[in-house]
Ligand binder design. Structure first.
Ligand code: PAF
Length: 282
């Protein structure tokens, strides 16, 4: 596995693979890798000859009061995990390498509509930052497949729409959420949880599972289900921002006759903001 820091090196390496007729899979990350990220690498490896992972904490997708500065940066550990997982190339650029003209007044990608909902309401500019950096990375790597975790369900949908609407020549694959044994979705931000918060955190997934169960047994009063689940979370010490039952295809209100629902939640537990979701078939 090679570790490179410049766009020119990535292009050179990938051009040599392409000259041999090899296909390329891509996993975009912000580093601090856990088993969920390695699932993305495994999925890429199963589909393509070569796997590229990027590690870049993207300043464009963090709000002014968010955790850009304290986001864990663990490049040597990340490389030690990516190598045995079968990754061929790690691209870990600097901010200047990615944004050579600075971060303001540069070309940006936005995916309107869906980007303004849920996460977009609470993190203005977040999806523009994600779509822009992912688009830049796609232009650099030019993969055949790109793997994204379904843990970030809305992000996955935004990227899929961007790729479809901008006719980007690659396939976006959504990979199932990896969970801890107690149900907590794996996330780099879980390490912000302190000792008393960690045992409470799986309550988020339990709340989603309870709503899913009610949907499976025929309950269709979506507002009441959302309100009850939010109350349950508050009772456990969470501060929910949203808990929403949505159509899995466009994140709009659930449709009668739709293929099911996706339940999405964001909540603070102490200083840590956690998100999770659960897809439920009709
Ligand atoms: O999901 C993430 O880690 C980031 O949002 C991504 C897709 C790597 C873009 O910075």
């Amino acid at each position: 596995m090679r570790l490179v820091h410049t766009v020119a090196e990535v292009r050179r390496e990938i051009a040599a693979w392409r000259a041999n007729g090899e296909s390329v899979g891509f996993v975009a990350t912000m580093g601090n890798l856990h088993a969920g990220h390695l699932d993305l690498v495994a999925e890429a490896k199963a589909k393509t000859d070569r796997v590229v992972a990027s590690i870049f904490v993207n300043p464009l997708q963090f709000g002014p009061n968010e955790d850009f500065d304290r986001y864990p940066r663990t490049l040597p550990d990340d490389c030690a995990r990516l190598d045995p997982a079968g990754c061929d190339l790690v691209f870990a650029p600097s901010v200047d390498e990615m944004y050579p003209r600075g971060r303001s007044n540069i070309a940006q990608v936005s995916v309107p509509g869906i980007s303004g909902l849920l996460e977009g309401e609470f993190r203005p500019g977040f999806f523009e930052g994600v779509a822009t950096v992912v688009s830049i990375l796609f232009h650099i790597v030019q993969p055949d497949f790109a793997m994204f975790g379904r843990k970030d369900y809305q992000q996955f949908m935004v990227i899929r729409r961007m790729v479809a609407e901008l006719h980007m020549p690659l396939q976006v694959v959504g990979v199932a959420t990896r969970r801890e044994p107690d149900g907590l979705a794996m996330s780099s931000r879980n390490q912000y949880l302190n000792q008393s918060e960690r045992p409470v955190a799986p309550g988020l997934f339990r709340a989603l599972s309870a709503v899913a169960q009610r949907l499976r047994t025929g309950s269709r009063d979506f507002q009441a289900l959302e309100d009850e689940a939010k109350k349950l979370l508050e009772h456990q010490g969470f501060k929910p921002q949203y808990l929403a039952i949505r159509d899995p295809d466009d994140l709009g209100a659930p449709r009668a006759g739709g293929r099911g629902w996706v339940l999405l939640v964001a909540a603070h537990l102490g200083r840590t903001r956690l998100i999770d979701n659960l897809e439920v078939a009709a």
